[in-house]
Design a protein around this ligand. Structure first.
Ligand SMILES: Cc1cc2nc3c(=O)[nH]c(=O)nc-3n(C[C@H](O)[C@H](O)[C@H](O)COP(=O)(O)O)c2cc1C
Length: 327
């Protein structure tokens, strides 16, 4: 019997979620994670062609494909700031997904509609205030994401280490820690900080099932501790792997470029970085924990390694706590 309340709520074996990743959270990755006992998530933009395509229909296809590949729960990420957000929520309902994870917008928008359809609703937050709001509007669990995380981050740039315990103290619903977690140490530390589970993105970028370009996967594996950088402080904080484009962007920002110039430099580059592997002109969201990731493995490999490493990690911890006093 699994006593973890996040696992019980989501119907999963291990409290590990593969966070939605714009462009690259595809059906195969989601199914791989769910089959391994975590929660896999698909996104509307997964693998869309350069011409654009229809993200609503694309989301539907990725959900259907994922469901063919697993009989375990599957989640969707709903970027709430997009015009099509309502359509994404409607597809989630129509296709019968188990979990919806909202981000970048107001959780009040579709939580009622999704919950009425029996879907568990999670919402990504970057502050205690937003966590309390999410709980107040009926969200089932919050994902507390520190700004180590790849992708869009909170404006206040709180780290996972300071955010998670404060959110855990502030709400009664389960808390999922995100940002800077890639191995058993991060997993156990998150639980100790008060989280019920973790959400990882960057670790799942470097998996065999993920449709991120091979060059990006290799860039993640080769990234040093200083391999990522915050760009777009003026357009919305985003953490990316360092590329020629991020360098140009930061130089332009330092020289006082206008918002329009900065937008021209950055917008439309994410697909190039993530799906085309253009490490010069492209931009790819990536977490600071890339420095710790040393191999490309299967989604199952990621999860089995973390769960398998728990006994040894706890032994080590016990050794360190043997400090002579009472505890
Ligand atoms: C390439 C990439 C794209 C992402 N896109 C999204 C997104 O579209 N929506 C979202 O809610 N989070 C997005 N995230 C954040 C992840 O869901 C996850 O919370 C985050 O990666 C966790 O931190 P980590 O990168 O340190 O593991 C993205 C992250 C990455 C690395």
């Amino acid at each position: 019997m699994n006593n973890n309340r996040l696992c019980q709520m989501l119907g999963i074996r291990y409290p590990i979620i593969a966070g939605g990743m714009n462009w690259v959270s595809n059906a195969e990755l989601a199914a791989g994670v769910s089959n391994a006992g975590g929660l896999g998530v698909v996104v509307p933009s997964a693998g869309l062609p350069p011409s654009g395509g229809d993200p609503v229909e694309n989301l539907r296809q990725h959900i259907r494909k994922a469901k063919q590949l697993t009989d375990k729960p599957i989640g969707v990420n709903i970027p709430l700031d997009r015009k099509a957000a309502k359509s994404y929520a409607e597809v989630a309902v129509a296709e019968g997904v188990s979990v919806a994870i909202g981000s970048a917008g107001n959780p009040a928008l579709y939580t009622g509609m999704l919950k009425n359809a029996g879907i568990k609703v999670l919402h990504v937050v970057a502050s205690v205030k937003h966590a309390r709001h999410a709980e107040a509007v009926g969200v089932d669990a919050v994902v507390a994401e520190g700004y180590e995380a790849g992708g869009h981050n909170g404006l206040d740039e709180l780290t996972t280490f300071v955010l998670v315990p404060q959110v855990a103290d502030a709400v009664k619903i389960p808390v999922v820690a995100a940002g800077g977690i890639a191995d058993v140490r991060g997993f156990l530390a998150a639980l100790l900080l008060g989280a019920d589970g973790v959400q990882m993105g960057t670790r799942f970028l470097a998996t065999t099932e993920c449709i991120a370009h091979q060059k990006l996967k290799e860039a993640v594996v080769n990234a040093p501790d200083t391999g990522t950088v915050i760009v777009m402080r003026k357009l919305g904080v985003t953490r990316s792997i360092k590329t020629g484009m991020t360098q140009k962007y930061l130089e332009a920002e330092a020289k006082g470029a206008s918002i329009e110039e900065l937008k021209a430099l950055r917008y439309g580059r994410a697909r190039m970085g993530l799906l085309e592997g253009d490490m010069e002109e492209g931009d790819a969201s990536c977490g600071a924990i890339a420095g710790l990731i040393k191999d490309i493995v299967s989604a199952e490999g990621v999860i089995n390694r973390i769960m398998g490493d728990i006994p040894q990690a706890l032994n080590k911890l016990n050794g360190k706590l043997n400090i002579g006093g009472k505890y």
